[in-house]
Design a protein around this ligand. Structure first.
Ligand code: FE
Length: 332
């Protein structure tokens, strides 16, 4: 396929042929109308590709492991505690849930894909699938077991359902035998999946060679039916563009509340048959995202459907080049 990512399912191509010009049309019309700028879109993409990721959360966890006052504040008022860090937490509230011997916490968004972006980056594909969203609430132990985490019957499991208002992160337990490690070394032990709560870090150094960062978070330890290789942040430019336009619309203070976008995303997710994810879950997800974006701007009378159709047709026919092509996108 033309964007050179090396997997060419028919579904992928057909969908992308449909969606690509439409996303370009949305972006170009919104730029013309002054609702978003090319710079803002570029910035969103660059930040998610390069700066925002699970390392932010890992640094927070390492600090909590070594600084009891910080940990107390983190658990009581994460928004305030996170001000000590140099990354932008965004406007969603963060709530951190601590794992103990007696309690295991895990995070889900049952309706769509809410996730603590500023701490963990964008969610993995499986997090966005209907199987994880519904089963994690219904049968968390079974799902955790598919991730390779078998909890004792005595351990309580709390599953936290994220929303547009509150994004949860799990504070994993510190492995013992790590007393001599510094903050960076501790952060290197923390995995994304442990902060989502679908795995636990080894309990002791002897359990898993805690001094060798990198051996945790085996990417194979994911929902068996959904196992996929680790992916780049965005698989295709249109996905990056659709994502970034929605975020930039909201960040730029153009008067859009995130919840307005999210409601439409939830509608789009609900209208999607679970089988649609089987072929290419990322494509399906970003299709929903772009559909929500279009519905938002149409329903708010920012753009009308005819203008979007017309502009999309121009892009599809090659009559209009993507002059607003997002710079700096990986490999393009
Ligand atoms: Fe959500």
């Amino acid at each position: 396929m033309s964007d050179g990512h090396g997997h060419d399912h028919a579904h992928d191509d057909e969908t992308a042929d449909d969606v690509r010009p439409r996303v370009r049309a949305l972006q170009s019309l919104l730029i013309e109308k002054g609702f978003v700028s090319t710079d803002a879109i570029d910035e969103v993409i660059a930040s998610y590709e390069h700066d925002v990721g699970p390392m932010n959360g890992a640094r927070v966890v390492a600090r909590a492991w070594t600084d009891p006052a910080f940990k107390r504040q983190l658990l009581e008022d994460a928004d305030a505690a996170l001000e000590a860090f140099d990354f932008d937490v965004g406007v969603q509230h963060i709530d951190v849930k601590e794992n103990t011997d007696a309690v295991h916490n895990a995070v889900v968004c049952t309706l769509c894909s809410c996730y603590p972006w500023s701490l963990l980056g964008l969610p993995p594909t499986w997090y966005k699938t209907p199987a994880y969203r519904s089963r994690m609430v219904r049968e968390p132990r079974a799902v955790l077991s598919e991730f390779g985490l078998d909890l004792d019957a005595e351990t309580d499991v709390n599953v936290w359902d994220s929303s547009s208002e509150i994004r949860y992160m799990v504070l994993p337990q510190r492995p013992s035998g790590t007393e001599d490690l510094d903050g960076d070394e501790l952060a290197a032990l923390v995995t994304r999946n442990a902060m989502i709560g679908v795995e636990r870090l080894p309990r002791t150094a002897s359990d898993g060679g805690v001094t060798e960062p990198g051996q945790f978070g085996d990417p194979g330890a994911s929902l068996s039916e959904l196992t996929g290789e680790e992916r780049p942040t965005f698989e295709a430019p249109w996905q990056a563009r659709g994502f970034a336009v929605a975020v930039a619309l909201y960040d730029d203070g153009a008067g859009f509340e995130w919840s307005a976008f999210q409601e439409r995303l939830i509608d789009a997710v609900e209208a999607t048959a679970p089988s649609a994810y089987a072929d290419d879950a990322e494509t399906t997800y970003y299709e929903q995202w772009c559909e929500a974006l279009e519905r938002l701007v149409v329903e708010r009378d920012v753009l009308d459907t005819d203008a979007i159709d017309e502009r999309a047709a121009e892009f599809a026919a090659g009559d209009r080049t993507a002059e607003e092509f997002v710079e700096g996108f990986r490999g393009h």
